[in-house]
Ligand binder design. Structure first.
Ligand SMILES: Cc1cc2nc3c(=O)[nH]c(=O)nc-3n(C[C@H](O)[C@H](O)[C@H](O)COP(=O)(O)OP(=O)(O)OC[C@H]3O[C@@H](n4cnc5c(N)ncnc54)[C@H](O)[C@@H]3O)c2cc1C
Length: 404
């Protein structure tokens, strides 16, 4: 079977989808706007859904070796000056599901996916910014900024948050600034954390929230979320050394206790980005063009599910495309409708809970924050709604044996 499938975007979803398609006998070609893989972003949470999908390609264990497997969760209140929750949830999850909760540098993860795709003979083209998509009969044509074109039987827009493919299909939807920014950094693990097992550590304070984890044996990644009335770019660009030095002094958590100030001070680079909300459409396809990953369901990062939900999309898309061969307009319509009907309810829950998490994490005022922290302490330091949903999400995208 050789059906040519164009994939726009070589972030997380693009290369994985291409590898899965190739694995099942399809011919997939990836087009990425960047001239090369750029060092950007901080870290990604990788949960069992991703490992189940990568295991189909024999890549799960290799990814695990690149990151840090979490063992514990710990929550600290800056206002109460005490640990308000601690558990071994991540270790228990690994025992029950057989796959860990992993945190890995996003750049390392991308490098790994790109080199794995290349080893498997996936064709990837860089400096190819898609500017238009048109369907002509049973063929789809992508046009790139440099004037070149690519043609295939269908096209997948895996081009992220600012998806051009989504805009071409459905028009540009305005994004709403959520009034929050995140500053994230990576640096050597400070002495304070050296005795710790790999821990998902969060710290609550007045007007900001802190989250950190090791990303390997020597480095730690963190993000501080805080309100900012003025809009901030929605970008993951790493700042220069000078910008980083200035930022680590200015960030409102720079003097926080219990390891936070040490981690901020040891950052070797930081990034700062605004958080925006976009409506999630009910339909993610038109004709022979379909969306996957952030292009279909952009999310705020508070649940750590963006990359994992993208992986579930890849699995289900390949599964429905296998059923849809030989491709006809009708078989693809049925396939994409099934894909959306399975994925839509899951991402609606995931994106909605991520948004609520962000709002609850960043409260302003001593009294209201102390009240929140006391309530969290009673609940064990972690939001029960979040834990319940995470336990549900990690069951995806299939239980038992893969259908592809
Ligand atoms: C540079 C970068 C850094 C990030 N860092 C983090 C992080 O530290 N933590 C976190 O939680 N999430 C981060 N994210 C978001 C995270 O990767 C996604 O939420 C998630 O992995 C879903 O993956 P995706 O493949 O759908 O989208 P993405 O990973 O965003 O990939 C989309 C890809 O499409 C490409 N693209 C966009 N438009 C076009 C076009 N017109 N033509 C061709 N190619 C195009 C982009 O360059 C990108 O490579 C980052 C995203 C990016 C792009």
């Amino acid at each position: 079977m050789s059906k040519s499938i164009i994939i726009i975007g070589a972030g997380i979803a693009g290369p994985v989808l291409a590898m899965l398609l190739k694995h099942k006998g399809f011919d997939a070609v990836v087009y990425e706007r960047q001239p090369e893989l750029r060092q950007a972003g901080i870290a990604l949470n990788v949960s069992p859904q991703t490992f189940k999908v990568l295991n189909i390609l024999g890549l799960a264990e290799k990814l695990i070796a690149l990151g840090s497997q979490l063992e514990e969760g710990l929550t600290y209140s800056q206002l109460l000056g005490e640990i308000i929750g601690r558990n071994e949830g991540p270790a228990r999850l690994r025992e029950s599901l057989g796959w860990p909760l992993l945190v890995v540098s996003r750049s390392k993860y991308c490098e790994f996916l790109h080199s794995s795709a290349r080893e498997r003979g996936v064709e990837m083209h860089f400096s190819k910014r898609c500017v238009d998509v048109k369907q002509e009969g049973e063929r789809v044509k992508a046009t790139f900024e440099d004037g070149s074109e690519a043609e295939g039987d269908l096209l997948v827009g895996a081009d992220g948050l600012h998806s051009t493919v989504r805009n071409v299909l459905f028009g540009k939807e305005p994004a709403t600034y959520m009034g929050l920014v995140q500053v994230g950094g990576i640096g050597p693990i400070p002495e304070f954390f050296q005795p710790w097992k790999p821990t998902l550590y969060q710290s609550f304070g007045d007007g900001a929230h802190w989250l950190s984890t090791p990303i390997n044996n020597t480095e730690m990644a963190w993000t501080a979320t805080m309100p900012q009335p003025a809009e901030e770019r929605e970008d993951w660009r790493r700042m220069s050394i000078e910008e980083t030095k200035a930022m680590v002094k200015a960030v409102p958590v720079a003097d926080w206790d219990y390891g936070v100030k040490d981690a901020v001070a040891s950052a070797t680079f930081v990034t700062k980005f605004g958080l925006y909300e976009r409506p999630i459409a009910d339909v993610w396809h038109k004709g022979r063009v379909v969306l996957a990953g952030d292009a279909a369901h952009p999310t705020s990062p508070h649940l750590g599910q963006g990359a994992n939900q993208a992986m579930e999309d890849c699995y289900h898309l390949v599964r429905v495309l296998l059923k849809a061969t030989p491709f006809t307009d009708a078989s693809l319509e049925a396939a994409f409708t099934e894909y959306e009907s399975i994925r839509h309810p899951v991402v609606i829950k995931s994106v909605g809970t991520a948004k609520k998490q962000g709002e609850a994490r960043v409260l302003i005022g001593k009294e209201v924050c102390e009240k929140r922290d006391k309530a969290m302490k009673e609940a064990g330091g972690f939001d029960p709604e979040r834990i319940k949903l995470q336990l549900e999400l990690v069951q995806g995208p299939f239980q038992g044996t893969s259908e592809i």
